[in-house]
Design a binder for this molecule. Structure first.
Ligand code: GDD
Ligand code: MN
Length: 256
């Protein structure tokens, strides 16, 4: 018979602990040496506490600041089963970094997030619970619903993000509140089928993914998140990315 002592030492049961599902977290990095140790530590902490199976795949694009060496050290600390390194020789863009990482993922779910601490790993258990609640094909973090929000952005950045969301909402009516955010959880086969259909490569990729998800009648769950602007390093979103976003949006408008 189990003594009460034994059962007390077990963690209180929360729905959906390790039941065979595995979550592959894709972390694209370009010059994130200050941020990577902390984001990895937080991921290990929250996955450890919640008990879900996971792996972290770091896709570094030849960062001149030596992010890859930091990632190698982290692999030494946390183990090769937890930290996978799938670097590329040079900066080839965010969209293709996800695709590259996805090919190496062994989980049946994929989580995409930024490595600069703008996306807090504490939300991941909520993404997972939401996904299970409705068996959603994808769960999207939203800054524009419920308690979601943006912290630390200047007016220009806020206007760009709101503007991009607003224009896309009007032109494409995708039925999700945050189209340009990139904190998401996908069923692996859903991500694969979306990626096959996506034409854009840069930042506009996020928006195209959710628009295509809608077309293919995939179900989308949302979790309000707070996005906190990075403390270390710089955003790679420049004028070029804004122009290519606009082009991508018009292409989608014309073709969908
Ligand atoms: N491997 C790789 N290659 N990683 C990259 C590249 C690249 O070419 N460009 C950026 N990254 C990584 C960064 O190191 C970071 O982990 C993440 O991708 C996001 O890049 P940021 O430069 O921090 O993006 P941001 O903060 O300006 O933009 C965020 O908000 C946008 C609007 O909401 C991102 O979440 C975007 O995806 C989002 O569209
Ligand atoms: Mn950022």
């Amino acid at each position: 018979m189990l003594s009460p002592l034994v059962s007390n030492t077990r963690k209180t049961s929360t729905p959906g602990r390790d039941n065979g599902d595995k979550y592959s977290v894709l972390l694209p990095t370009y010059n994130e040496r200050e941020n990577l140790p902390l984001i990895v530590w937080l991921l290990v902490k929250y996955f450890g506490e919640s008990g879900y199976k996971y792996e972290i795949i770091v896709i570094d694009d030849g960062s001149p600041d030596g992010t890859l060496e930091i990632a190698q050290q982290l692999q030494g600390i946390y183990g090769e089963d937890k930290i996978l390194l799938r670097p590329r020789a040079k900066k080839l863009g965010l969209g293709t970094a996800y695709i590259h990482g996805m090919k190496h993922a062994t989980g049946n779910f994929i989580i995409i997030m930024d490595a600069d601490l703008s996306h807090h790993p504490k939300f991941i258990p909520e993404f997972i619970e939401k996904q299970r609640e409705g068996d959603y094909d994808l769960v999207s973090g939203t800054r524009y619903r419920g308690n979601g929000g943006v912290y630390g952005w200047d007016l220009r950045r806020k206007l760009i993000s709101r503007g991009a969301n607003f224009l896309t909402q009007v032109l494409l009516r995708p039925g999700a509140s945050d189209l340009t955010g990139s904190f998401r959880l996908y069923k692996k086969e859903v991500l694969e089928s979306l990626v096959e259909r996506c034409v854009s490569k840069g930042y506009v990729f996020q928006m195209e993914m959710i628009v295509r998800a809608r077309q293919l009648n995939y179900t989308v769950g949302e979790v309000p998140i707070s996005f906190v602007d990075r403390v270390y390093g710089e955003s790679k979103l420049g004028g070029n990315e804004i122009v290519s976003f606009a082009k991508g949006l018009l292409t989608l408008f014309a073709t969908t």
